[in-house]
Design a protein around this ligand. Structure first.
Ligand SMILES: Nc1ncnc2c1ncn2[C@@H]1O[C@H](COP(=O)(O)OP(=O)(O)OP(=O)(O)O)[C@@H](O)[C@H]1O
Ligand SMILES: [Mg+2]
Length: 262
């Protein structure tokens, strides 16, 4: 069974791409096949795993708009077990070009159909917008992972995201789950971060994941080297945190299968 997670929050710069790339790599380190899908025209997840745009390279845009074969667009990365479906700036056009398509919010979901079973996890890095691309990611996903930065205005926009999740469930009848809320860029030395983290736990209760991602300079450096943190600095605090997050996500899976066996 493939588990598809959309890493989403329409607020910019909260750690979506850092989480998508490094969680995908940390899951792959557990000997499971993982596909990372870059669903953002900024292409940060693509460059973050060391993929450069080359002549004739197929991207998510070609798959969504031109119906190009997924398998020609997917590339291996330096990290064993981790593949990527890359994106570039063309992807922004999808929002307009799909506007009049039938089932325009389910195109990604349809395209991924043939991949179910090939990968254990598919991780989708969403753009900082509640646009048609994000809607496609939510419709393709089994669950959402929502990174929230531990700072003032952490909850800004969260109600619109929750409304969108409700819409996906109710209007489209898609049983989208919440994998968890992930506290990111946590700086334990500041009272503000501690207070924001406490407030978020009170607000979201046990939807907040136990793993907290610390602010760690090595995480910010890794993308410019085109490497996930596990390859760039495996001993860093940032690397440890994403390994822990992968364990927590794998534990969720064990809990779900134990429940369904009952
Ligand atoms: N835990 C962390 N510690 C230090 N820096 C971090 C951490 N997480 C992310 N960053 C840095 O913060 C910036 C924003 O992170 P990232 O790109 O992951 O956010 P995003 O939500 O994907 O942004 P966007 O909304 O633009 O897609 C980046 O420069 C990244 O390297
Ligand atoms: Mg991003």
């Amino acid at each position: 069974m493939t588990r598809i997670l959309a890493v989403t929050n329409q607020k910019g710069g909260v750690g979506k791409t850092t989480t998508a790339v490094n969680l995908a790599a940390a899951l792959a380190a557990n000997d499971v096949n993982v596909l990372l899908i870059d669903c953002d025209s900024q292409g940060n997840a693509t460059s973050g795993v060391g993929i450069q745009k080359t002549e004739g390279m197929h991207t998510l845009y070609d798959v969504l708009i031109d119906g190009k074969d997924l398998t020609n667009a997917i590339q291996h990365t330096e990290m064993e077990g981790l593949d990527i479906l890359p994106a570039d700036k063309n992807l922004i056009g999808v929002n307009l070009e799909l506007t009049n398509a039938a089932d325009r919010e389910s195109v990604l979901r349809q395209r991924l159909h043939g991949l179910r079973g090939k990968y254990h996890f598919i991780i989708i890095d969403c753009p900082p917008a509640l646009d048609l691309l994000t809607l496609n990611a939510l419709m393709a996903a089994d669950a959402v992972l929502v990174p929230i930065q531990c700072e003032f205005f952490a909850l800004e926009g969260i109600s619109s995201l929750m409304d969108t999740i409700d819409r996906v469930r109710e209007s489209f009848g898609h049983p989208l789950q919440i994998e968890g809320i992930l506290l990111t860029m946590y700086d334990e030395r500041t009272n503000l971060a501690r207070q924001v983290a406490a407030d978020l736990r009170e607000f979201f209760q046990n939807e907040v994941l136990r793993t907290v991602i610390p602010r760690n300079i090595r995480l910010a450096e890794a993308p410019s080297h085109g490497k996930p943190i596990l390859l760039y600095d495996p001993g860093s605090k940032g690397s440890e945190a994403y390994i822990q997050l992968a364990k927590e996500i794998l534990t969720h899976e064990q809990t779900r299968s134990a429940q369904s066996a009952r």
